[in-house]
Design a protein around this ligand. Structure first.
Ligand code: ATR
Length: 289
């Protein structure tokens, strides 16, 4: 096989990465276009990220997805950054440009807001690689957590123009730091117990509590009538947050599988300039569980 006939190589790097659905998702995308790509999962040891990227690139790699714990390092390694990577100061997607430069992008927030808009049935104009403009006008949003995952999605969330965004975190200082960075109304920050007496239209769990089988300690009454509860995590079973939300008045509850597929589609578009059909991939993944 000549070089031009070889499938172009992509991969997801992280630790752990064995459970990742990204290879399956990207292979399904490639099938839609009869696109010839080879997508693998590469486990990288702490301290070995830059070297692993170099090696991948030297052996013909064209682009990478990056997951925990290397998103900050991926951002720093790149010479060029998209606006969304810049705002998140973290990257989940790298592209090796023809001029030899590494370009960083962050598609996590786009993935989240597209999936939220789908669940809310919001009609929006859909320019590729952009946020669903003004999709959340009139909505109040609560986002739980103030770590890297939340920071990565705040800019696209704000572009959807919700009426308000409250960031609530167990450690209040971290939420305040995000308020300062992303600044000004409609964002405000508080502790989890300060949420008593407030109701929201969209409640997003961006904490890692589900990983430990826990739910953040939340007061009752945080769901307004018709509220959507969304866990950025996903698994084969509903997360503890999803169970809690169901028992505490959320009208609609979702895990983050749709976000995963949507962020992957944005990465695919960034690398290949083609926009996959995400609905069929989401349905296929749900059917497998
Ligand atoms: P990530 O990159 O996944 O965001 P992180 O930066 O370690 O990881 O952030 C984890 C987030 O989940 C933090 O907001 C953390 O709260 P603290 O800042 O107070 O540590 C939150 N978190 C983790 N476990 C939690 C739990 N059991 N209850 C509430 N919040 C939790």
């Amino acid at each position: 096989m000549s070089d031009s006939e070889m499938p172009e190589r992509y991969a997801v790097m992280g630790n752990p990465v064995g459970h990742s659905k990204s290879p399956t998702i990207h292979r399904m995308f490639a099938c839609q276009f009869k696109d010839s790509i080879d997508y693998t999962a590469i486990q990288v040891e702490p301290g070995g990220f830059a070297q692993a990227v170099d090696r991948f690139r030297a052996t013909g790699g064209r682009g990478l997805n990056v997951t925990v714990p290397f998103k900050l390092e991926a951002y720093r390694l790149a010479e060029l950054h998209t606006d969304l990577a810049e705002k998140a100061q973290a990257a989940n997607t790298l592209r090796f440009n023809r001029d030899g430069k590494i370009e960083a992008h962050n598609t996590d927030g786009l993935g989240l807001v597209r999936d939220l808009a789908r669940l809310l049935g919001v009609d929006w104009r859909d320019p590729v690689g952009r946020c669903p403009q003004r999709a959340f006008q009139g909505k109040s949003v609560l986002i739980l957590g103030a770590g890297g995952a939340v920071r990565g999605v705040l800019a696209p969330l704000l572009e959807c123009a919700p009426d308000s965004v409250v960031i609530a975190n167990r450690t209040v200082a971290r939420a305040k730091e995000l308020e300062r960075l992303f600044g000004n109304p409609p964002i405000s920050a508080c502790g989890l117990h300060d949420l008593a007496g407030q109701g929201f239209d969209i409640v997003i769990n961006g904490t890692s509590a589900s990983l430990q089988g826990e739910v953040p300690l939340l007061p009752q009454g945080i769901f307004s009538a018709g509220a959507l509860a969304y866990d950025m995590m996903y698994g084969d079973r509903p997360t503890p947050f999803m169970e809690w939300a169901r028992q505490n008045g959320a009208a609609c509850v979702s895990d983050g599988l749709g976000m995963l597929v949507e962020q992957a589609a944005e990465s695919y578009y960034f690398w290949r300039g083609m926009r996959p059909d995400t609905a069929v991939v989401m349905n296929a993944l749900r059917d497998r569980n």
